[in-house]
Structures are given as structure tokens and as C-alpha cells.
Design a protein around this ligand. Structure first.
Ligand SMILES: [Zn+2]
Length: 333
């Protein structure tokens, strides 16, 4: 079975698997899609299938060395630690290597972090793509393909990786030893990125969730000043985007309970008692509208891109304050 260690992406796996079976893997590939969904993992698996004499048996020494990143015919090209970018000199040094015969295998595979290309190295990359060497495959990986030169994109066969289904992320977390209840919540928060789900520190989000529950319980009787205090506390030690996602997830659970949908639909099942308490109170009837406020704000935030918000404290507190004001308005408080 090909790509058995890969989660999701069934169609893409089938297409790549068929290309490998027929010996028709394109010379230049572009794997695009959000961070943390498996682009790099698939690239390594494709490389393994191309250099293993048995087509990626997963049992031989070649497969083992590719996985460990020490096979001479599989080369990963990333930005330098100093600048984070792939320099033009780095690529120029690689050109003879890309054109040379493989050391051991029938082919060589070069995997590039295309998002690390700068203006100059993009042009060098384009030159490499314009004259693809017969025995080398090039795999470019990008989370922002529209930032690449269109001429680079057009010279590669593009494979678009979508977000992973929540159930797939959940399963992958469980396989990594994450407890079932926690896996469910982290998967729901991940936006379909296993990388994000793994990066979520469980202590940090659990603390954030407790603060959100405190906030929702206090909100019906809080005036504007009290809300500002709640907002400040809410975003302490957690990214605003995470707080908003968690808030929406909790409020959706409250809305489900208030609507009598039943506990099976609840994501945050481990705090069911507190959610039920909220559902039975004034928040219950307004939870759906409040969840929409949190969801909308999160979408807006993703448009802003969180770089500046991550650093500056004040801005995220202001936004949190606005969100709570709007949520309180939905509540009629
Ligand atoms: Zn093998």
C-alpha cells in the first residue's frame, strides 16, 4: 500500500500512486496548501518511492535512509538559519548537482521549501525549472503558492492539499497518544491542520478554556468596565485566534445543549457541567448569536494575519474587548 503513513488526501494519494506505478511522475511538482497538512511528509514519501529499488517497499535500507534524511539522492533545500531564505548562491551551487547522475539510485529528488525563495533565488529556481535535468525530480512545497512567480507555478504540475477533515486530525492525535477527549477538542480547533493540532499546548488551551467559561458566566451581569477587565484576562498567555476559536467552540456546545440536541454533539465534553449551566441560564438562548460573533472575529483576524497581533499586547486586548461588547449585545446584557 502506498502512502500508508499519510493521513487524509485520498484523491491526491491515488493520483500520485498511479503516477508512481506507471513510472510517470512529473519532473517538477508543486505541493501547495495550508501549513501542517502533510505536504512535506508526502514529498518525502514520493522521494522514497522514486529512489527505493522496489518502488518504496518500506523495508529496505534505502527506504530507511530516506526517512532519516541521509540518502544522498534525496536532497532537501531550505532557507538558511540566519536569514530563513534560500539564497541565490545556494541555488547556483546546487545547479551542477541537480544536473548530475544519481549516486546510488536511478533518480535524484530535490525537495525545496519554495516559500523561502527570495526575488533573486526565485529567478534562479525558474532557470532550473526551465531545463529540467533528465534524472532529477524537483518538488516545490508552498503554503503561499500565489506569492510564487507565475512562471514557476506554470512549470510545475501542481498538487493542491486541502485542510484535513477534523476526524482525520483527531485520529492522528489519538495514534500519537493524545487522550481521546483532548484529541477531539484539539482536532476541532486545528482548522484541519495536524501541525497546528500538535502545536497546541494542552496546558495553555485548557487554561484559556477555563477563562472563557468564567467570562461567559460573568458576562450577563458585567458592565462595560467589567467586560474590559474580562477581555484583558481572556487573552493573557494565549493567542487571540486560539481564544476566539475556543470561545466559538464552547458557545456552539452551549447552543446545542440549549436546543436540546443532546450531549453527543458536544465537542468540549469534559466540561459538560459548566456548559449545561450556561445553557440553562441567559447565555443559552443567545449562544448561537454569540458564537457567530466569535467566528466572524476569527475570520477577520485571519485576514489581518497575526504577526503584529502576536507581538503587541494592546491590540489584541482591544479586539477581545470589542468581541465581548458585541457578544454582550447579542446577549441583551
Ligand atoms: Zn525500499
Amino acid at each position: 500500500v502506498r502512502f500508508e503513513r499519510i493521513h487524509g488526501h485520498d484523491r491526491l494519494r491515488a493520483v500520485l500512486g498511479a503516477a508512481l506505478d506507471r513510472g510517470r511522475v512529473p519532473q517538477s511538482l508543486l505541493f501547495s496548501g495550508p501549513a501542517g497538512v502533510g505536504k512535506h511528509t508526502v514529498a518525502v514519501e514520493v522521494a522514497r518511492a522514486l529512489v527505493c529499488p522496489a518502488g518504496g517497499c518500506d523495508r529496505c535500507a534505502v527506504c530507511d535512509r530516506v526517512r532519516r534524511g541521509i540518502h544522498p539522492d534525496v536532497v532537501e533545500v531550505a532557507g538558511t538559519t540566519k536569514t530563513g531564505q534560500i539564497s541565490v548562491d545556494q541555488l547556483r551551487d546546487l545547479i551542477p548537482e541537480i544536473g548530475s547522475r544519481p549516486f546510488e539510485a536511478q533518480r535524484r529528488v530535490f525537495v525545496f521549501d519554495a516559500d523561502a525563495l527570495n526575488d533573486q533565488s526565485s529567478n534562479a529556481m525558474l532557470k532550473i525549472l526551465e531545463e529540467p535535468p533528465p534524472t532529477s525530480h524537483l518538488v516545490l512545497i508552498s503554503a503561499a503558492p500565489h506569492a510564487l512567480l507565475t512562471t514557476i507555478r506554470s512549470r510545475c504540475q501542481q498538487f493542491r492539499f486541502g485542510a484535513l477533515p477534523v476526524a482525520v486530525v483527531e485520529q492522528a492525535l489519538v495514534e500519537r497518544g493524545v487522550e481521546a477527549g483532548e484529541a477531539r477538542v484539539r482536532a476541532a480547533l486545528s482548522g484541519g491542520s495536524l501541525g497546528h493540532a500538535l502545536a497546541l499546548e494542552s496546558d495553555a488551551w485548557q487554561a484559556a478554556r477555563v477563562k472563557l467559561l468564567d467570562t461567559f458566566e460573568a458576562l450577563p451581569t458585567a458592565d462595560a468596565l467589567a467586560r474590559a477587565g474580562l477581555a484583558d484576562r481572556l487573552v493573557e498567555g494565549v493567542e487571540l485566534a486560539v481564544a476566539l476559536t475556543l470561545g466559538r467552540s464552547l458557545l456552539r456546545d452551549v447552543a446545542a445543549l440549549a436546543a436540546g440536541v443532546g450531549e453527543a454533539a458536544v465537542v468540549n465534553a469534559d466540561v459538560l457541567d459548566r456548559l449545561q449551566g450556561l445553557a440553562d441560564g441567559p447565555v443559552g438562548a443567545a449562544a448561537r448569536a454569540m458564537a457567530d460573533v466569535f467566528g466572524r472575529s476569527r475570520d477577520l483576524l485571519e485576514g489581518i494575519v497575526d504577526g503584529e497581533l502576536r507581538q503587541g499586547g494592546s491590540k489584541k486586548e482591544i479586539i477581545a474587548d470589542l468581541v465581548l461588547d458585541e457578544a454582550a449585545a447579542a446577549l441583551g446584557a
